[in-house]
Structures are given as C-alpha cells and as structure tokens.
Design a binder for this molecule. Structure first.
Ligand SMILES: NC(=O)c1ccc[n+]([C@@H]2O[C@H](COP(=O)([O-])OP(=O)(O)OC[C@H]3O[C@@H](n4cnc5c(N)ncnc54)[C@H](O)[C@@H]3O)[C@@H](O)[C@H]2O)c1
Length: 246
C-alpha cells in the first residue's frame, strides 16, 4: 500500500478536479496537504479533508505567492516532502486566429506557474536534503491536435523543465516527474463543449475518461518512497489514448 504518513505536500490547483483529488488521496495516505488555488475553493477542499489540510490562496502566475505557500508549509512543519504543480487551464483555438494576449495568459498559468513551483520547491528541497516535485502536463504535449497549439506548447514545456530539474537536482535527493494525463472527467472537462469531449473519449481505447482519483493514485505512488528510483520521467495516464495510431 502507498504510504505518505508524516509527509507534507503543497498542491496548486487544489480547489477542483485533479488537484482536489490529489489532496484527498494524499491525505488518505497520511500526508498533510497544503491546498492552494486562485479560486477560493481551496477552502472547501481543505475543510472537507479536515485536520490534515491547510488552505492557502495562491495565484501560480505570481512568483511571490508560490514562494509564500511553499515557505508556509516549511515553516509550520519544518520541511516539505512534495510539491504538486497541478494548476492549469485548457485552451482551444486555431493557431491562425490566435490572440497573443491569450498566448501570454496560457503560458503564464500553464508553464510559468509550473516554473515558479518547480524553482521554489527545488530550492527548499535541495537545501533540506530531498523531496519530490510532480508537474501536471497533458497528452497534448505529445502531439498536435486541431486547436491545441498553445496548450500543447505550454504542456511540452512542462515536461522539458521537469526533466531538466530532475537532472539538475538529483544530486540533492530531489526527484522531479511529470504526470501526463489524457482525458479526465473534471470540472474543466465539464466546461468544454460536449461534442469535443465525446470526440476525445471516442479515441480512448479504454472507452471512457479517467476518474480523477486514478490520476491521484499515480501521484501518490510517485511521491512515496517506493518510487525513489523514478526521476525525470513523463508518466502517461490516458487509457491508451496516446498509444494508438490515428
Ligand atoms: N482534466 C483533464 O482531462 C486534463 C487532461 C490533461 C491535463 N490536465 C491538466 O491537469 C491540471 C488540472 O486540470 P483539471 O481538469 O483538474 O482542471 P480544473 O479546472 O478542474 O482545476 C484546475 C484548478 O486550477 C486552478 N487555477 C487556474 N488558474 C490558476 C492560477 N493562476 N493559480 C492557481 N490556481 C489556478 C483553478 O481555479 C482550478 O481550481 C491542469 O494543469 C490541466 O491542464 C487535465
């Protein structure tokens, strides 16, 4: 069984979807979770978990706010074992019609936000002797699909910075891995056009979208000591979606 007893984790985007599921599953395995989000819903996630959770407002595009939540976890518990950079937003739109203001917004949240979390986690963890960084990418990073250019670029950047961080910080006992989800049935999926979701699911060999807890279980394993030789990996969890030929 996965064991996270005594570990402390900071989770961005914990007010919804995959981040909220990770917070719940990590706490279930014995971790204390610092739930952060820009939406305010981090309060609900933490309240539902109870004593093992704290809530922190944090906009991942603001470096000082990301640093603050990481510092708060260290200050309260004298250390930090895992940082999960989950916060992200989807983007669909033709490249030819792209407004660069949208490019800036998506790259700010989906890539720069992960850079902030990875940077400050690596700093704190390398000084303390180790830790685990998990960054949420997407199968959109692995190939193109109509309308995903900017999102794909941001999520490919997430894999790249994760691998580079893994190599740079391994000597300090820090591991960094990317989680590469396919379609998961979260609030983000509910907001997308139903026809688009149906089309994506039709291309999933498993015949369904993922349950957020399935992604959270992968994250919990990666954060556990059982995964201590897994570093610099981009782990796909997609029901076979990215494995099949078009
Ligand atoms: N659901 C999927 O099918 C899927 C597939 C591949 C990758 N992903 C990735 O997984 C992550 C979680 O997705 P989800 O489906 O749970 O989405 P979601 O919309 O359910 O949750 C995302 C959370 O991120 C928060 N957020 C947005 N901007 C933020 C900011 N600037 N600072 C802090 N928090 C912010 C939102 O408030 C929200 O609570 C994202 O990075 C997403 O790109 C999701």
């Amino acid at each position: 069984m996965t064991d996270l007893a005594g570990k402390v984790a900071v989770i961005t985007g914990a007010g919804s979807g995959l981040g909220r599921a990770a917070a719940r599953v990590f706490a279930g395995y014995g971790a204390t979770v610092f739930c952060s989000d820009i939406s305010g819903a981090e309060q609900d996630t933490a309240a539902a978990i109870g004593e093992a959770a704290r809530a922190f407002h944090c906009d991942v595009t603001q470096e000082a706010q990301v640093e603050a939540v990481i510092r708060a976890a260290c200050d309260e518990f004298g250390g930090l074992d895992a940082v999960l950079n989950v916060a992200g937003v989807p983007h669909f739109g033709s490249l030819g019609e792209l407004e660069m203001v949208d490019y800036d917004r998506i790259l700010d949240i989906d890539l720069r936000g992960v850079v902030h979390g990875t940077k400050h986690a690596a700093r704190v963890m390398s000084a303390a002797g180790g830790g685990v960084i998990l960054n949420w990418s997407s199968v959109a990073a692995l190939g193109g699909k109509r309308g995903t250019a900017v999102y794909s670029a941001a999520k490919a950047g997430v894999i790249a910075i994760t691998k580079a961080a893994a190599v740079e910080y391994a000597r300090f006992g820090v591991r960094a891995n990317a989680i590469v989800p396919g379609m998961f049935m979260t609030e983000a999926a509910e907001r997308a056009p139903k026809a688009l979701i149906d089309e994506v699911i039709a291309g999933v060999p498993a015949g369904r979208g993922g349950d957020p807890d399935e992604c959270a279980e992968l994250a919990a394993f990666l954060a556990s000591d059982k995964a201590k030789f897994i570093n610099g990996a981009a782990l796909v969890i997609d029901g076979g979606q990215s494995a099949q030929l078009a």
